[in-house]
Ligand binder design. Structure first.
Ligand SMILES: *Cc1c(COP(=O)(O)O)cnc(C)c1O
Length: 429
């Protein structure tokens, strides 16, 4: 693996990333100083951030958070960012609505409270603004001048916008077959967009090579060499959900899986809320959602395997089309440990769920959201999700980016000349 090569080629002098104390190996626990590395020098396990978390005064911490900005930065005491982060030029994502979805609940036969955490309203219309905001702070701390990523679509747009706001260069890599809206959103902010002839997994491999090469010096790849920092951004979904529930844990969460980073970090965020005393401990279950055409984690869950066998993706849910998900084994562990599950739905079920959410709650989600709600519906029908409990379905993106998924089935109910007679004849009066 050519994964450690940036350790000595990048500036790593003592950095101020707030409460972040060190990098810690998720496999063997070995610790490393905060730097742009992502794999353990001893066992090659993935690294994550270890903290000196605030303790002893949860009431005071809660008040401090509630008085903070209406963005992810209200949780700065729990994130790898400097204390003055909100003053720096950035997109200030987060604090998106937790929508009580009563009409959706009625349609699904859910009797307990059902919520949609709606991240479609973030600055670039997906949850990726959360993770990129953390990576940007790490890039600044390490002195990187180019922000980069391998992307399934949404990440490229989020990186382009964040780099533009911060005055950094962006150069992002995408698979060639993405939706037009996602390519446009990646390019419009003025950075370079490189379409690679291959799948996302090919793009990702290419980026790992680039980091190991002198060309990549000074480059912060948000989801490769800055991945430990980037990943922490997903914790803010957990923080917001619990704060919006009145500082309580939900009983069940349904979360989409691409690399599995978001799901594992939502779990980490919930555990940190418990550890800091911000919420009272109680059991919760985490459910993962994939598209049938890219369901390596769901297949491993179903077969009772611990290893995730890579697949070649073929689904309309392109933002989730990662055939070799880095966090797959951790997702399996979390689903099993919490009593949750991982399941998948067909492209048809994805489209049907997109329309269901739009029709019942006025939320237009992208294909990834169709996957998540589709899986929630399927698990309810199977009796795997308990309809009487507090359930949160995470909507991670905006339907305007994947119009083609529903375009063929939606359009004018009638096309008529501008006359009352014609309207009457159309049978809609
Ligand atoms: C990237 C992405 C996800 C999930 O990403 P992970 O790699 O699992 O963290 C979910 N939904 C959308 C819309 C995305 O763009």
């Amino acid at each position: 693996m050519s994964v450690l090569t940036t350790a000595d080629s990048s500036p790593t002098a003592a950095v101020d990333l707030g409460p972040a104390a060190a990098l810690s190996c998720r496999e063997c626990g070995e610790r490393f100083p905060l730097s742009p590395i992502f794999a353990c020098a001893s066992c090659f396990g993935p690294l994550e951030i270890a903290y000196d978390l605030p303790s002893g005064d949860p009431e005071g911490l809660r008040r401090r958070i509630e008085a903070g900005p209406k963005s992810i930065w209200r949780y700065a005491p729990l994130l790898p960012v400097p204390a003055d982060v909100a003053d720096k030029p950035n997109l200030n994502p987060g604090f998106t609505p937790l929508v009580k979805a009563d009409r959706l609940a009625a349609e699904l036969g859910v009797t307990g409270p059902l919520y949609v955490k709606d991240d479609s309203g973030n600055p670039t219309h997906s949850f990726k603004d959360r993770v990129v905001a953390q990576a940007l702070e790490a890039a600044r701390a390490f002195g990187f001048t180019t922000l980069s990523c391998s992307s399934t679509g949404n990440l490229a747009g989020a990186v382009g916008a964040a780099a533009a706001r911060a005055g950094l260069r962006a150069c992002v890599f995408i698979p060639r077959d993405l939706e037009q809206a996602k390519v446009v959103m990646a390019a419009v902010y003025g950075g370079d967009v490189v379409a690679i002839e291959g799948s996302y997994d090919d793009v990702n491999r290419f980026c790992s090579e680039l980091i190991g090469d002198p060309i990549g010096e000074g480059w912060g790849f948000v989801n490769v060499n800055l991945r430990p920092y980037y990943a922490e951004g997903s914790k803010t979904l957990a923080f917001e959900i619990c704060e919006q529930l009145g500082w309580r844990l939900p009983d069940q969460l349904v979360i989409p899986i691409a690399s599995g980073s978001q799901l594992t970090k939502i779990d980490k965020g919930l555990k940190e809320l418990i550890a800091t005393g911000l919420v009272e401990e109680k059991p919760y279950k985490i459910f993962g959602a994939q598209a049938e055409g890219c369901s390596p984690v769901s297949q491993a869950f179903r077969d009772g395997h611990d290893v995730v066998r890579p697949v070649k993706p073929n689904t309309i849910a392109k933002s989730l089309a990662i055939g070799n998900p880095a966090d797959g084994p951790y997702v399996l562990d979390i689903a099993r440990r919490t009593g949750g599950a991982v399941a998948d739905v067909t492209d048809e079920q994805i489209v049907s769920a997109i329309k269901l959410l739009a029709r019942t709650e006025g939320i237009f989600t992208e294909t990834a959201g169709g996957v998540t709600l589709g899986v929630a519906r399927k698990l309810l029908e199977e009796g795997t999700l308990d309809p009487s409990l507090t359930t949160v379905v995470v909507n991670t993106g905006d339907g305007l980016k994947t119009l083609d998924a529903v375009a063929s089935e939606t359009g004018p109910t009638a096309t008529i000349p501008p006359s009352l007679d014609a309207f009457r004849q159309a049978g809609l009066a």
